[in-house]
Every structure is written in C-alpha cells, then in structure tokens.
Design a protein around this ligand. Structure first.
Ligand SMILES: [Mg+2]
Length: 431
C-alpha cells in the first residue's frame, strides 16, 4: 500500500497523491482527518465503575477541606452551577446533596493506561495530551467517511473494553475537532465535514476556542465580541492590534484554520539528568545530596511545564563501569513529597555495592500534560508551598531555593527540557 494519503479535496477523491503534493504546504489543512477524543467526566466515570451507587447522582471530586477545590464533577452537579477549579466550599453551597470524594490518581492513571493501550494498538499516529485526552491522525487511512466509521468503531471499543464513556470530534484539524468534541459531549460524537468549519464555529461562544481564557474572554466581551462569528467577521489586523500575536492565532482558530500536527506520543517520553564525577566517590552523604537536588530540580521542570510523570528511574555506574538501573511506576504526579522519597528509596536499594561511584542519574518518564487536573487532589497547603517555591525559582533561578539535603550539589541544570532545546552537558563537580 502507498504511504501517501488519499486526495480528499478534489472532484477525484480516492486518488493517491504524489509525493510533491503531499509535501506542498497548502495541502495539509485541506485534507487531513484529525480525531479528538476526550473521556467524559473522566475521574467521575472511574469512580462510578468502582461504585455504581454513584450513577445518576451529583458527584464532586477534589480537596474535601474548606480550602480545597473541585477537580472534577458530574453533569448532575454541573446543573447546580458547579464547575471544576471552583472552591469546594462554594460548590457545597450550590449543591449540598452532592457526594464528595477525595479522588485517587492511582486509579485514574490505571484507567488512563487502559484507554491509551486500546488507542495505541488501533491507530498509526496518536498524541496523548492529558490523562483523558487524545488526538489521532487518521489522514490517509481511508476516505473521510471511512475515517468516521473507523473513529466510531474505536470509540465503541473503548467504551466496551474500559467501561468509560468517551466522546469525539472529527474534522480537518485539531482545533475544530477539539471544539467539536466539546459540543458532542456527553458520550457522543460529531463529524465536521470538510468546508463547513466556519459555519459550525460561528454560533458558538468565543470561550470555546481553546486559547481563550478568562482574561481574553472578558476583553473580547468588552469589545462586544461574544460569538465566534464576530471574530470571523473581524479583520485579522484588529485582532492582532488588540491581542498581539495571540490575536492572530485566535482569529485563525475562529476561522477553522490550524495546521498544528499530531505529535506521536511515546510512553518513554522522559526528562533526565545525571552526574559524572571527576574522581569516583564513595561519599555517601554527598551522593544522596546530589540525588535529592537532581530529583527536586526535575520535579520543578515538570511543574513548570504543567507535566506529570508516571515512572521514575534511578541509575548508578560504579568505577568498574558496571551500570545498574531501577525503576518504579507511580500514579501521575509532579509533587516533591511523592516523587523525591521514591527516588531515594530506589537509590538506597540500588546503591548496595559500597564501592566507588562514577555516575548517578535520575529519569522521569511516561510524561503527560495536565498537572493542574491531578494536583487538585493534593493538600492545598503543600500546593501553596510548591507554588511559592516555583515562583522564587522562576524569578531568581532554579537554585534560589532547594531542600537543605540537596545543597551540596553545586551545579544542577538550568535547562528547560520542554522548550525544544537540547540538554546541556552538566559541568563536572570539582573538589
Ligand atoms: Mg475529559
């Protein structure tokens, strides 16, 4: 079979495209088939699989203390005006009969993996953007209607095998498909036919454009712009003048234009850091201190990029070049108090030869987007502490604040692993 996608744009659909046509920059936005899939009220659905008594009742998940916030809520609770990120205290007042659960990210990680595995073995190219959200590129697999059929069967399979409701949108790009999924929910699907993107978007609120947050929304309202149609009618220059570069992007999205590719998700997507010593060492306290500093720095990198890890690996190379690694799967997390003890535990188990060490390293893998979703279960006091520490680091540098146990490590990477730059070589530590 040819690797080239089918032509979906002309009177001659089904024709194989030539290599030159596939490479043409104008073509992709016209002929791609992109599916966006999103599990419906994912955390609530998981809880309902475990306890069916929750079915049909208002459920809220999140911090149960007065300072907690709602991480997720069922449609029954939304009817009362409850939404995620709302203070739990306010949510309780709006919907006193709701069942409130603490949430269990370990359970959600497991269900997330079940769904990911089904998608992984069914499609050639997918991107996992959070624990419950996927983009799938079906371009070239079949004609457009074939893609719809395919996506529908995949959705049915996920529902049957995982027990979780999921919705999808299918269109020519990521933005339109994501918005379509939102319109399809709960537990349904929508296909936006090629060429009908603008009329589909026109009547919707500008809030539905993925980039438009509260602030931008208020600014648009001040301009009298409430529906996407109004953005479509505006000259792109006006949007640029008011919102800068973001304005151009919002205008393009409002007009159903988005060339962003689906980026293949790798389970092993990881960040890591390691340290080779000038002179091999057996200084136990120093090794442990550097381990903590590296672990702490990498967790900060995760939080800064709104990412979570589900797998921790520790590596030790002895002076005879024997190298050992040990890894542990964990529920998705970006929290110091969860990750650093596991790094130390792995390190203690691994460092058993008591001979000179040449290198130590830490790696976090199985990384996904979406820290805000899961960290909402954490103790708000710890979250506030992380936020304060991260703000200090952002302002004064990665080493401005750290655990006392990690102070010995003199030079920890200032590299941001998520901005596409290659990692720098760590300076060796001099004695
Ligand atoms: Mg979801």
């Amino acid at each position: 079979m040819s690797n080239f996608p089918l032509d979906l744009t002309t009177k001659n659909p089904g024709r194989w495209l030539s290599g030159a046509e596939v490479r043409s920059p104008e073509l992709p936005k016209k002929m791609r088939s992109i599916v966006h899939m999103d599990l419906d009220t994912f955390f609530v659905s998981c809880e309902r699989l475990i306890d069916s008594r929750l079915n049909g009742r208002p459920v809220m998940i999140g911090g149960t203390s007065d300072r907690g916030v709602v991480a997720a809520c069922s449609y029954e609770a939304r009817k009362f005006g409850v939404h995620s990120a709302m203070p739990m205290r306010m949510a309780k007042q709006l919907c006193p009969e709701a069942i409130i659960l603490r949430g269990n990210s370990g359970v959600y990680t497991k269900f997330s993996k079940t769904v990911t595995d089904i998608i992984k073995e069914s499609v050639p190219l997918y991107e996992k953007t959070s624990v419950d959200e996927f983009y799938i590129d079906l371009t070239g697999m079949d004609r457009f209607y074939g893609c719809h059929q395919f996506a529908q069967e995949l959705r049915e399979r996920i529902i049957k095998e995982s027990g979780l409701p999921i919705s999808f949108g299918l269109s020519i790009n990521k933005t339109v498909s994501k918005i379509a999924t939102g319109e399809a929910k709960p537990n349904n699907q929508i296909m936006i036919e090629n060429g009908t993107e603008k009329p589909f978007l026109a009547p919707l609120s500008v809030k539905k454009i993925p980039m438009v947050g509260d602030r931008t929304y208020r600014m648009l309202c001040d301009l009298g712009v409430k529906r996407i149609e109004s953005v479509q009618e505006m000259p792109i220059e006006v949007m640029e003048r008011v919102f800068g570069k973001n304005g151009t992007t919002i205008w393009r999205k409002a007009n159903g234009i988005d060339n962003a590719p689906v980026v293949q998700y790798h389970e092993r997507k990881s960040i890591s850091t390691e340290r080779t010593f000038d002179r091999d060492t057996i200084d136990v306290d120093k090794l442990k201190g550097i381990m903590v500093a590296m672990a702490e720095n990498l967790v900060f990198q995760l939080r800064r990029a709104n990412k979570l890890t589900a797998c921790i690996t520790v590596k030790i190379r002895y002076s005879d070049f024997q190298t050992y690694t040990l890894q542990k799967k964990i529920p998705y997390s970006a929290a110091d108090h969860i990750i650093i003890p596991i790094v130390l535990e792995l390190y203690e188990r691994l460092y058993n030869r008591r001979v000179l060490v040449r290198l130590i390293g830490v790696r976090y893998s199985h990384i996904v987007e979406g820290a805000h979703q899961i960290t909402l279960f954490e103790d708000p006091n710890i979250l506030a502490l992380y936020q304060a520490m991260d703000n200090i680091r952002k302002q004064y540098g990665d080493r401005a604040i750290m655990k006392a146990s990690g102070m010995q490590a003199k030079s920890i990477s200032r590299w941001n692993p998520f901005n596409g730059e290659p990692p720098p070589l760590l300076a060796n530590r001099r004695r």
